[in-house]
Design a protein around this ligand. Structure first.
Ligand code: C2E
Ligand code: CA
Ligand code: CA
Length: 768
């Protein structure tokens, strides 16, 4: 829209119009001047009327009436906006005020002109001028946003006064005063313009600031994150919906904002029980004091965790952002659990176990560490595959964990488990160990397969056997080694002697393992004579290992290490391979007897392996017999039964070795499907000539007879012992008196020697 030039001129002169919102504010501001105008207006009007009456001029009286009416307008305008929220037409109020001041200016200006022109008393003239100047000043004071008023006041008041003074009082002081009044009037116009411009700028800046704040508040309120803005004293300046919802608090009263601490103190959602709030606030107070940014976690009653981040704002104040981090924390916790859990069994893994162990040691708890190692797990893996192995391990893990509710059961890896239990009573610990073995050693069915694995347990007590994790583990490990090295015991409690023993064996142990793995095991053969025919009917294969340049290691030791390290099957394979090949090449009436460990005999795939080895060597199954020691066989009777029955069906003989060295109950002996008894050399040794010892030997022999078993006397060292054996009805004999075990290349000599010795001995008997 194009404006006409006078309007444009006026606009240029007055400056840009105020935006409506600021204009409204300016108009409302008039309410503050109400009282001043109520007092000053009528007084000024009355003085004007009094002056008019004094000079007795109708014109003056008219102008005084005009001034009175003008004041009326002004007062009514101010009165309308006296109350801040009055519902009025502000435009109307503003025009009433401007109109009123203009009328007042014209009225006062008129009186002054009339009074100064006519023959008026000096005091009336002075009064008129004073009232006019006062009006000029007062109206000017309220008009910094209204340059129009100043513009009207100049021609209406300043110009008539100035001109009248110059004209009617042509004395130097009159002219000076007149000029002064004119200059003052012009200055008022200029000042009004300046003030208007400044005021306008100020108001515009304020409005921009308010708009900025409004935008910020809108942004904060629409943020999905929970945000609070605090001032330097941590009073809440703004808080958004999300924050209120999170804390469960009502919107704050902007007139009386709480501090952040008070806001939290009132928050119903914030967990009170945990004392977390107090902790957080204490922490926060300290950091607020030093104006440092800080993070904290708060716990809500519904178990959510909230991260609070407080950032100081440069120049004072704080911004806090609260974020629900429950999901993340849960994920991290889950991850933490995951890295501490065996993925197969779901049990705590080695890491979790070590942490638990350390905690118990730090707390100086009294507890038992039980290391559990499975027997024959490797064979399960070899025979049924790793998937089945995993299922077996999982089942075992479950059985261990549920054996007693108070246990901390973990899987260290492979077929090794670690159990922690409260208390440090040795008896109770051993009972628990046996309970664990019993729990593991139960057949488990997986589809068609029934699998049974055994276990050995090493037990160590804390603080008795160690107060450091490493020591305690080492103690339990030594006990476990010892438990595995003594077939039939399965459980061993750590004793300091084990440590000495282990130090001595450490070197041998690793070298034996290496030899077994490399297959560097030799076999010695000891002939077995049939007393009926005096012929060698079988060779017993005995494992031999002699390190390069070193002393030969006792076979018992070799076997113990192989058992402890899960290498018995390897040992049996090495011995059987060589011996079967050797015996297959000899007379078909010659049989092979080999020693088997129960650890081996209880393995599900063991018989198949033996058959395969026999087949590859070309030795018929009926030419083989397995010897298993009495003590081991008795404790593992059930586990071995299946394989023994299978061997029987295949024609492979099974002999109980070292009979008489243990304490077999007759009952159990009868139940086992064995074919032969090898009576321990310890029963025979030194027996001849001693009635009691001779009786024992005879009883052992008659026991065997009563069960219809083939009887073998081993360890026959003299003709007397040979004679005793023969007299007791023993079928076969073995021993140094006939032939010691010899290497494969001397078998023929040994056979000849044994048969010769037997012949001599029998002849001796025949002669006597
Ligand atoms: P064993 O099965 O009772 O074997 C007989 C042991 O007595 C052999 O000791 C043999 O050398 C020894 N011996 C033979 N005749 C006499 C005698 O007249 N007097 C005396 N005092 N001893 C005699 P060796 O070879 O040291 O074997 C010790 C044990 O090691 C064996 O006892 C057997 O239990 C075990 N063993 C040996 N080889 C193997 C094997 O390949 N596998 C398994 N599982 N165990 C084996
Ligand atoms: Ca034997
Ligand atoms: Ca024996």
């Amino acid at each position: 829209m194009r404006r006409s030039w006078p309007l444009r001129w006026a606009r240029n002169l007055l400056g840009a119009l105020l935006p409506p919102s600021l204009q409204a504010e300016l108009t409302r501001d008039l309410g503050n001047y109400f009282l001043s105008f109520v007092f000053a207006g009528p007084i000024a009007a009355l003085l004007a009327i009094a002056t008019a009456l004094t000079v007795q001029s109708m014109a003056a009286l008219f102008f005084a009436g005009l001034a009175l009416a003008g004041f009326g307008f002004v007062i009514s305008a101010c009165s309308a906006v006296r109350l801040p929220d009055a519902d009025v037409d502000l435009e109307d109020v503003e025009s009433r005020y401007v109109l009123g001041t203009i009328i007042v200016a014209v009225g006062i200006g008129g009186i002054v002109t009339v009074v100064l022109r006519g023959p008026a008393p000096v005091f009336a003239q002075a009064m008129a001028v004073m009232v006019a100047l006062a009006t000029l000043g007062a109206a000017n004071g309220t008009g910094p946003g209204r340059p129009l008023i100043a513009l009207v006041q100049f021609p209406a008041i300043s110009l008539p006064i100035g001109l009248s003074l110059i004209r009617h009082w042509p004395a130097p002081w009159g002219i000076g005063t007149g000029v002064g009044v004119l200059v003052f009037g012009l200055l008022c116009v200029a000042m009004a313009r300046r003030a208007y411009a400044t005021n306008m700028q100020l108001l515009l800046a304020r409005e921009a600031q308010a708009a900025e704040r409004q935008r910020l508040e809108t942004a904060v309120h629409t943020l999905s994150q929970a945000v609070t803005i605090l001032d330097a004293d941590t009073r809440v300046v703004a808080v958004n919906r999300s924050a209120l919802d999170l804390l469960g608090v009502a919107p704050i009263d902007p007139a009386n904002p709480p501090t952040f601490a008070e806001l939290l103190a009132d928050a119903p959602n914030l967990q009170k029980a945990a004392g977390n709030r107090e902790e957080f606030l204490g922490h926060a107070a300290m950091l607020v004091g030093t104006r440092q940014a800080f993070n904290a976690a708060m716990h809500l009653d519904d178990h959510r965790v909230i991260d609070v981040e407080c950032q100081p704002v440069p120049g004072g104040g704080w911004v806090t952002v609260m974020r629900d981090s429950t999901g993340e924390r849960n994920a991290i916790a889950e991850l933490n659990r995951e890295v501490r859990r065996c993925p197969v069994t779901g049990l705590p893994n080695r890491r979790a176990f070590m942490e638990e162990l350390d905690q118990r040691l730090v707390r100086s708890d009294r507890f038992v560490l039980l290391l559990v190692d499975l027997d024959g797990f490797k064979q399960v893996n070899d025979r049924f595959g790793h998937a089945m192995g995993d299922r077996v391990i999982t089942r075992v893990g479950f059985r261990l964990r549920t054996a007693d509710p108070g246990l901390f059961a973990s899987r260290l890896g492979g077929d090794e488990f670690a159990i922690l239990a409260d208390g440090d009573d040795a008896e109770a610990a051993m009972a628990l160990a046996r309970l664990l073995i019993e729990a593991v050693d139960q057949p488990a069915r997986f589809g068609d397969a029934e699998i049974q694995v055994g276990a050995a347990v090493g037990v160590a007590l804390s603080p008795g056997n160690g107060t450091v994790g490493e020591d305690l583990l080492r103690a339990a490990d030594l006990a476990l080694l010892s438990a595995k090295g003594h077939p039939g015991s399965h459980v061993c409690l750590f004793t300091p002697e084990l440590k000495l023993l282990s130090a001595r064996n450490a070197g041998v142990d690793s070298r034996v393992r290496a030899a077994l793995r490399a297959g560097n095991i030799d076999v010695a053969y000891q002939p077995m004579i049939d007393l009926e025919t005096g012929q060698v009917v079988a060779l017993e294969a005995l494992a031999r290992w002699q390190p390069d340049g070193g002393e030969a290691v006792a076979p018992d030791e070799l076997v113990r290490i192989a058992e402890a390290r899960g290498l018995v099957a390897t040992l049996r394979r090495l011995v059987l391979e060589q011996a079967a090949a050797v015996v297959a090449n000899r007379d078909p009436s010659l049989n092979l007897w080999i020693n088997a460990s129960v650890h081996d005999l209880r393995q599900p795939g063991m018989v198949d392996e033996v058959l395969a080895e026999l087949a590859s060597a070309g030795l018929a199954p009926h030419r083989l017999a397995l010897e298993v020691t009495e003590t081991a066989l008795m404790t593992d009777e059930d586990a071995c039964r299946g394989n023994i029955e299978l061997l029987n069906r295949l024609g492979v003989g099974v002999a109980m070795d070292d009979f008489g060295a243990g304490f077999s109950s007759l009952d159990r002996l009868r139940r086992l499907p064995i074919n032969a008894l090898k009576i321990s050399g310890s029963l025979l040794s030194g027996a001849p000539g001693k009635a009691a010892a001779t009786d024992i030997f005879r009883v052992a022999a008659s026991l065997g007879h009563s069960m219809d078993l083939m009887l073998v006397a081993e360890g026959v060292e003299s003709r007397e012992e040979l004679e005793l054996a023969r007299a007791a009805g023993i079928h076969r004999v073995q021993g140094f008196a006939l032939s010691p075990p010899v290497p494969a290349n001397r078998i023929s000599d040994a056979i000849a020697m044994a048969e010769a010795a037997a012949l001599a001995g029998l002849r001796l008997r025949a002669a006597s």
